[in-house]
Ligand binder design. Structure first.
Ligand code: CAA
Length: 282
């Protein structure tokens, strides 16, 4: 594998493009919005500057990394000659299914199609393509340049060859991949989201305040962020949507989202990206 396409240039997409480009892959970064592509390149450049400042890379490596990225607004052009596509578009099932139908049409026959979805079934995505054995999940964690894990998710039809190729590519970009199977929430969110939901319940039931709950988990359990700050960082709408997928898909009341989370999302308090969540970012 040498040539990669990344679809979607938001936080996850630009992070994924960053790590592949930094590890000598040619990356086609694709987004329907050309301004979003410009913003993504600016973000990658800023994040590379952090690495230069910390002397983790030099200026020449920064220039080479940016030189490995080409931007496209045309999906067909961007995927027509790549070995791996990593889709990191918005977390909406209809949009993702349409993108996979299109990339299946335009990408080379032997190309692997991966999704960075945090909650949508890989099996369902694979079923809209003519190559379900080559469809897989590559769930990167935010911030992508920093977090070591790639949760590799095998759909019902994913072949062993596809899994092996994706595990190898993940290691080549300095990540530690773990291979898991496709059930709602996979492993990362199946364990993380109930913890976040429980922290929101603890707040809802006045067991503790925001800072108290986060301090207990940060200092008591050595988590880098408390669960409420982490929920703000992930996006409260994203947290709610993942809990709903698990609640619907696993049918267990323990995954029911806390009513406070539902209210906050309905009020537009989505966390850091909206300026307010459990904390104020204005
Ligand atoms: N690009 C490159 N480097 C970055 C970066 C970025 N976007 N963001 C931070 N860094 C680097 C910093 O330069 C710094 O580097 P050094 O260690 O060399 O000094 C390091 O990361 C730590 O950053 P900071 O000092 O600025 O801040 P911090 O110590 O508070 O750490 C954090 C920030 C890494 C985000 C840390 O708080 C953390 O690990 N938080 C938890 C993150 C987490 O749990 N992510 C998973 C979310 S769940 C998910 O993504 C999946 C899902 O489906 C919901």
């Amino acid at each position: 594998m040498k040539n990669i396409a990344v679809i979607g240039s938001g936080t996850m997409g630009n992070g994924i493009a960053h790590v592949f480009a930094q590890n000598d892959y040619k990356v086609n970064l694709i987004d329907i919005n050309s301004e979003a592509l410009e913003r993504a390149l600016a973000t990658i450049s800023k994040n590379l500057d952090r690495q230069v400042k910390k002397e983790k890379i030099d200026e020449a490596k920064k220039t080479a990394t940016l030189g490995n990225i080409t931007t496209y607004t045309n999906l067909e052009e961007g995927v027509k000659a790549v070995d791996l596509v990593v889709e990191a578009a918005t977390e909406n099932i209809d949009i993702k299914l349409k993108i996979f139908q299109d990339i299946d049409k335009y990408a080379p026959e032997n190309c692997i199609l991966a999704s960075n979805t945090s909650s949508i079934s890989i099996t369902k995505i694979a079923a809209v393509t003519k190559r379900p054995e080559k469809v897989i999940g590559m769930h990167f964690m935010n911030p992508v340049p920093v977090m070591k894990l790639v949760e590799v998710i095998n759909g019902y039809s994913t072949s062993k060859e596809t899994t092996e190729a994706v595990l190898k590519a993940s290691k080549k970009v300095g990540k530690v991949p773990t291979s898991v199977n496709d059930y709602p929430g996979f492993v990362a969110n199946r364990i993380l989201l109930p913890m976040i939901n429980e922290a929101i319940y603890a707040l809802f039931e006045s067991v503790g305040g925001v800072e108290e709950i986060d301090t207990v988990m940060k200092l008591g359990m050595a988590h880098p962020m408390g669960p409420l700050q982490l929920a703000d960082f992930i996006g409260l709408d994203v947290c709610l949507s993942i809990l709903r997928v698990m609640h619907d898909g696993l049918g267990n009341p323990k995954y029911a989202p806390c009513p406070l989370l539902v209210n906050m999302v309905e009020a537009g308090h989505l966390g850091a990206k909206s300026g307010v969540g459990f904390y104020d970012y204005s």
